[in-house]
Design a protein around this ligand. Structure first.
Ligand code: CU
Length: 166
């Protein structure tokens, strides 16, 4: 189990590095075992909106074992669902995903305008630009880890923000 103990040392080093910068969002990525959660973010929501979405710049499995994101919770919403958007009969629809597969080496883009997002159901308050809120992610292998989501305006690249019309 030589490789296993080396992996464990790397894991502990990662935790120690994270613990040395509490509250820092300069790097703004999070490590859950072999999983790297790079830049969790959400877009501001209009007043009265009941739903929002959480995205990640990337969600990466740097380990050698498959993992899966099983579920998430947040104090910002009554529930958090894993969603995949797809065009069905020329209409964009969102379907709940039972889990999000993270094979070894996978680097998933979970960005706005993409296929996958975490849906915030029944927001307690609108998401305002510049705010942050926690989301707790539950991975099959890496366990439960809390990340801090940054609410931010999307870059103005001419594309409209991804719509969420439930
Ligand atoms: Cu959705």
């Amino acid at each position: 189990m030589r490789g296993g103990s080396a992996g464990r040392r790397r894991l502990l080093a990662g935790i120690a590095a994270g613990a040395m910068m509490p509250g820092s969002v300069a790097a703004h990525d999070f490590r859950a075992g072999a999983i790297v959660i790079d830049h969790p973010y959400a877009l501001p929501t209009p007043p009265g909106a009941r739903t929002g979405a959480v995205y990640f710049r990337t969600l990466r499995n740097g380990g050698r074992e498959p993992d899966r994101l099983l579920s998430a919770t947040s104090p910002a919403a009554a529930a958090v669902e894993l969603h995949r958007s797809a065009i069905e009969n020329e209409v964009m629809r969102m379907r709940p995903l039972p889990a999000l597969d993270l094979p070894p080496g996978a680097s998933l883009k979970v960005r706005h305008g993409g296929e996958i997002h975490l849906m915030l159901i029944d927001l307690k308050a609108p998401l305002k630009n510049g705010e942050r809120f926690p989301v707790r992610l539950k991975f099959e292998r890496a366990g439960e880890h809390e990340v801090v989501v940054q609410v931010q305006q999307p870059r103005t690249d001419g594309k409209p923000p991804a719509g969420h019309s439930h």
